[in-house]
Ligand binder design. Structure first.
Ligand SMILES: [Zn+2]
Length: 102
């Protein structure tokens, strides 16, 4: 699928937000909620959460209704919060490491 000259299946976008090219491709390829099949109130979701290093790619895009998106986010919370804390800890350690060398 080509959007504005971009073959979006093969692009890894360096952002957590869904770029328009992927949103448009997702709309066409996934007109129904991935979990329950409703066509209403769909939101773009990282199937593997970005907090767990899930990429912003068409392959990792799932369209889910608001309720299923919320439920999935709630189920993932223990893992994503833990990953977020670990990343913050590593950032602090990295910053401290840099401070030590100056
Ligand atoms: Zn749903």
């Amino acid at each position: 699928m080509i959007e504005k000259g971009v073959a979006v299946q093969h692009v890894v976008f360096d952002t957590r937000r869904w770029p328009n090219e992927l949103r448009v491709a997702g709309l066409e390829e996934q007109p129904y909620c991935y979990d329950c099949g409703t066509p209403y109130g769909l939101e773009d979701d990282h199937n593997t959460p970005s907090a767990l290093d899930g990429p912003t790619t068409l392959a990792n895009l799932r369209r889910r209704c608001r309720n299923d998106h919320k439920a999935k986010t709630r189920r993932e919370a223990p893992r994503t919060i833990k990953a977020g804390r670990l990343k913050a800890k590593n950032r602090r350690a990295g910053a401290a490491g840099k401070a030590d060398t100056t």
